[in-house]
Design a protein around this ligand. Structure first.
Ligand code: IMP
Ligand code: MG
Length: 171
C-alpha cells in the first residue's frame, strides 16, 4: 500500500515557485541546469518548463545506493555531463537530500571542473538524516525520516512514474 505524502497539486505549485525564484536569480547569468539522474528527471522536466529565461540542460548520474534504501556513503560518477561546466552558473537539480553525501561530492566535483557558481535545488530534504552539511538554495519540502517513492523516486527501480510522492507501507 502507498500512503500519499505530497500531492500532485502541492508539487506543482512548489515547482512553479522555485522556477520563478530561479528565473529572477539567474537573470543575466549563464545558467546550466544539471539534473541528477535518475531520481530528479521529473522535477527537472517540470522545472525547466517553467523557467522563464534562456538556459541549457544536461544530466549527471551518480551511484551510491544500488538497490539498497540506505546510502553507502561512497559516491561515484556513472555518467558525466556532456556540456562544458567551465564558467557556467550551475544549478544542480536533485530529487532528495538525505545524508548529503551525494550533493557534497557533486559540489566538489563541479567546482574542480571549473563551474563559476554552483547552487542546489532539491525537491525534498530529510534534515534529521544529514551527515554532511550541504547548502540547499531552493528547497521544496522538508520531510521526516521516511523512504519516499514517486515523482521520479524509486524503490529498487519501481514507482518512479507516480504523479505524487508517497510512502510505501509493507503490509
Ligand atoms: P544522500 O547522498 O544520502 O543525500 O542521498 C541522496 C540520494 O539518495 C538521492 O538523490 C536519492 O536518489 C536517494 N534517496 C534518498 N532518500 C530517498 C528516498 O526516501 N527515496 C528514494 N530515494 C532516496
Ligand atoms: Mg537523486
Amino acid at each position: 500500500m502507498i500512503d500519499e505524502l505530497i500531492s500532485k497539486e502541492e508539487i506543482h505549485s512548489k515547482v512553479k515557485e522555485i522556477a520563478q525564484q530561479v528565473s529572477r536569480d539567474y537573470k543575466d547569468k549563464d545558467l546550466l541546469i544539471l539534473g541528477v539522474l535518475n531520481g530528479a528527471f521529473l522535477f527537472c522536466a517540470d522545472l525547466v518548463r517553467q523557467i522563464e529565461m534562456a538556459h541549457t540542460i544536461d544530466f549527471i548520474s551518480v551511484s551510491s545506493y544500488g538497490d539498497e534504501t540506505i546510502s553507502s556513503g561512497t559516491v561515484t560518477i556513472e555518467h558525466k555531463p556532456k556540456k562544458p561546466i567551465e564558467d557556467k552558473d550551475v544549478l544542480l537539480v536533485e530529487d532528495i537530500i538525505d545524508t548529503g553525501n551525494t550533493v557534497d561530492y557533486l559540489i566538489k566535483t563541479l567546482s574542480n571542473m571549473g563551474a563559476r557558481s554552483i547552487r542546489v535545488a532539491s525537491l525534498l530534504s530529510k534534515p534529521s538524516r544529514r551527515e554532511v552539511d550541504v547548502p540547499i538554495h531552493y528547497k521544496g519540502f522538508d520531510i521526516e525520516d521516511l523512504f519516499v517513492i514517486g515523482y521520479g523516486m524509486d524503490m529498487a527501480g519501481s514507482y518512479r512514474g507516480l504523479p505524487y510522492i508517497g510512502v510505501y507501507k509493507d503490509d
